[in-house]
Ligand binder design. Structure first.
Ligand code: ADP
Length: 310
């Protein structure tokens, strides 16, 4: 049995007459959780609640065993947070920004400096660390914010839009760092993002928040798995006879962007496909188990939430 690191029960958060969180129930288990939702869904508010930075109007919860609302400082000592927006004091160098963050978390200055260099090394920052942070590129600022979030060796990490504005190489490196922190250092992570391929690349679990409520909480493995065995096939040339024969044998084929998604009951669907390809002189270019599209799941969940009574 896995234990929940975070457990929320019917959390409500209002900003005056605006209800930002409307009865959030949530269990977060170890691993990497992707937090998705359209703008205004309540993601940032949920993160602020988890960090104990805003007072809730209803409900209760625990983060790493600490009560929300009563033990905010203890929670923040154990949780690392990388905000979406830049937050630094102009004139500080990159290493000073990270050291300042470590000191705020309670590390003595010398230890804070040692840890800061270690984390900036981990983030791949070279001598730029001695430049003032306002001269940094987006990629360097993201690295400094990332290092500041992990410098006090927190158990749990929350990254808000960590890959926003990064080029593909920087994005891949940052996702690799998150994966290393989880798989090798045993940290658990929430990553709030609009970039669905990032979720597909590294997450174990997906949460979809819409209109202040959790509309979906599921492992990525289950989400990816089609309800019936489905195989994605690409062929060279004409596939008309192939698709017709597949249909005659009781399978269903949908075609999108030249990729055939073949769905059937046979326990040996792949063998059946190869046999029919052979008998219809069809050359198979690629064949692999089909995955559900995270984008479709996201769109459908958000649309259903829009029409659901609140
Ligand atoms: P997301 O991060 O998913 O875009 P937010 O948590 O920022 O969503 O916002 C949820 C809702 O709460 C939005 O309608 C937003 O306008 C509102 N909101 C957020 N912060 C405040 C605030 N400080 N004062 C008033 N309304 C707010």
């Amino acid at each position: 049995m896995t234990t929940s690191l975070i457990s929320l029960d019917n959390i409500v958060k209002d900003y005056r007459s605006m209800r930002a969180l409307n009865g959030v129930n949530l269990e977060i288990e170890p691993g990497i959780t992707g937090l998705l939702g359209p703008n205004g869904a309540g993601k940032s508010t949920l993160i602020k609640v988890l960090l104990g930075l805003v007072r809730v109007n209803g409900g209760s919860g625990t983060v790493l065993g600490h009560q929300l609302g009563r033990e905010g400082r203890a929670i923040r000592n154990k949780v690392g947070y990388m905000p979406e927006d830049d937050c630094y004091i102009p004139g500080m160098t990159g290493v000073e920004v990270v050291q300042f963050s470590a000191c705020l978390a309670g590390l003595p200055p010398v230890e804070a400096l040692r840890r800061s260099h270690e984390m900036l090394d981990f983030c791949g920052m070279q001598q730029e660390r001695y430049r003032t942070i306002e001269t940094f590129s987006t990629g360097m600022r993201q690295k400094a914010k990332f290092a500041a979030a992990i410098v006090h060796d927190p158990e749990f990490l929350i990254f808000d839009e960590p890959t926003a504005g990064l080029d593909p190489e920087e994005r891949e490196s940052l996702l690799n760092r998150i994966t290393i922190l989880c798989r090798q250092a045993g940290k658990s992570v929430i990553i709030s993002t609009h970039i669905l391929p990032d979720v597909q690349a590294i997450c174990d679990h997906v949460l979809i928040l819409s209109n202040g409520q959790i509309r979906l909480s599921q492992s990525l493995e289950v989400l990816n798995r089609p309800s019936a065995p489905t195989i994605a096939v690409k062929t060279f040339g004409d596939h008309e006879a192939f698709v017709r024969t597949l249909a005659n044998e009781g399978t269903t084929t949908t075609i999108e962007n030249g990729i055939l998604s073949i769905n059937g009951d046979s326990p040996n669907l792949a063998d059946q496909i190869w046999r029919i390809a052979n008998s219809t002189n069809t050359t198979i270019q690629s064949i692999q188990p089909a995955q559900n599209s995270l984008e479709e799941i996201f769109m459908q969940t958000v649309q259903e939430a829009t029409h659901a009574p609140s």
